[in-house]
Structures are given as structure tokens and as C-alpha cells.
Design a protein around this ligand. Sequence first.
Ligand code: SF4
Ligand code: SF4
Ligand code: SF4
Length: 274
Amino acid sequence: MSVTAVTRPTVGVVKLASCDGCQLTLLDLEDELLAIGERFDLIEFPEATSRRSEGPYDVLLVEGSVSTPEQAEQIVELREKAKLLVTIGACATAGGIQAMRNWANEPEWRASVYPQPEMIESLATSTPISDHVYVDAELRGCPIDGRQLVELLTALRLGRRPQLPDEAVCLECKRLGRICVVVADGTPCLGPVTQTGCGALCPGYDRGCYACFGPREDANVASLGAWYGQDRLFAGFTAWAPPFREPAGRAARELDPGGTSVTTTAPDEERTDA
Ligand code: SF4
Ligand code: SF4
Ligand code: SF4
């Protein structure tokens, strides 16, 4: 994964169903932003500039989940225009908090929120980008971590593999000398099954981790879930991530027994691999 052959690689930053918070992480890189601008040509970034381009892009950062029929078509077109496609944030990598509707009766939910639900075109599910097209790399979190974004862009320019940790939040938490909220006061914390990268932020504020970075590889979710005995802990920003999907689904159906029993995302054969 590299764009080193290009003098100043072109970059696009686009969004689907999302809150823009992950794009703001790029704008918040006050110390690095000018250097990024010198090394990359930001040709499409509606959040930041009126300069527009329909591509092609050497690197495309995609925020947000696929939540409408239009977005399902849009992501296939974007994939065709991008040499490297990187998904950023819990919405793009796991479906986001909006994926809670994947277990709900979507028309009923829509009607309870919008006075004219017939004006809203949405899919019954919110799904991650990787369910639809091939993804070259992903940055987790809600929002993503600025240090990881800088590491990814640096690696792209140097033509090396990005050094993104895949260990549990607990390891970073211990290294930083945080007091364990589970041990100290019995607060449930998903740090043992969550991929790190945030600097163990929540335990630093005496809160349990709620897994916004999503599951780490080989996470023993069933064991931790049985220990806490609370399925709803997994029904958050990354509820639709496969390891969390089962307990999150149980929690969702408990709240909305009339919801759907959807258990799968778009089949792989529908995916457009670049
Ligand atoms: S992952 Fe979080 S911060 Fe990023 S777009 Fe989605 S809701 Fe916003
Ligand atoms: S507070 Fe959470 S992340 Fe930190 S050590 Fe305890 S369980 Fe792990
Ligand atoms: S501690 Fe957990 S919930 Fe908090 S920012 Fe880190 S990954 Fe997200």
C-alpha cells in the first residue's frame, strides 16, 4: 500500500451517513496540517474547502456508513475512482450507531422520528463500507485518533505499512498507569475486547470503555459478556461489528421485540473489489 511514485498524491475526503466528526479530526491536526498540505494535494474535501474534484484520487478517505440507496451506488463509483480507499471511523468501519436500526422495524422507527417519513429514502440497514467494496485500510474510533491518521498518511508517503496497534485497550491502559475502573469500583469496561489506539481515553476519566474502536482480533466477547451479564454494553457505536453483533442483537430485541431478525450484511458476492 503506497503512493510514493506520485510526486504529490491527490487526496479526497468524502462522507456518507456520518456526523463529520472524523473529518474534523483531520482539520484539528493544527501542528501537522500544513505539512500534510505540502505533501498531499487535497482536491476534494467539502468540509474544509470549496475546491471540488470528482477524482480520480490517489487516496480517498471515506467517512460514514452506507445508509441510503444513493450511498450504496455512490460508494461503488467512488471505489472505481480511488487507487487506495481508507475508511475512517466507527460509522465507516462498523456501521456506526445508526446500525442499531438493523435490528429494528425501520419503517416504524422512521415514522416515529420524521413527520413525513415518506420523504426519507433510507435502507433498512446501515452497513460498513467493506460490506460493499474493497477497503485498503481502516482507521477505527468515534472519532478516529489524530495520531493514527498522521501515521497512516506518513506511511503512505514513505511506502511502508502503517504501524497501527491491534492490541486491547487494557494494555495501553496499564502502560499509562491508569487505575482500572473494573477493579476499583466495579464499572463495566470493554477494554479487554476493544482495539486500542485512543490512549485509553475513557478509563483516564474514570469511565468504562464502550468499544468505539470496535473489537480487537480474537476478542473473547462471549466470556466478557457472560462476566458482566449485560448484552446492552455491546449495543453501541460498533454494535454491528461481527464479534459484538450477537449480544448487541439480543439487547436490541429485548428493547424492541417487534424488530427485524436481520443477521447478515450485504453478501460478499455483491461487493465490488478493486
Ligand atoms: S465515527 Fe463517530 S465521529 Fe466519526 S462520523 Fe461516525 S459518529 Fe461521527
Ligand atoms: S479500566 Fe478497562 S481498559 Fe483499563 S485495565 Fe481496566 S478493564 Fe482494561
Ligand atoms: S476507551 Fe474505549 S470508548 Fe473510550 S475512546 Fe477508547 S476505545 Fe473509545
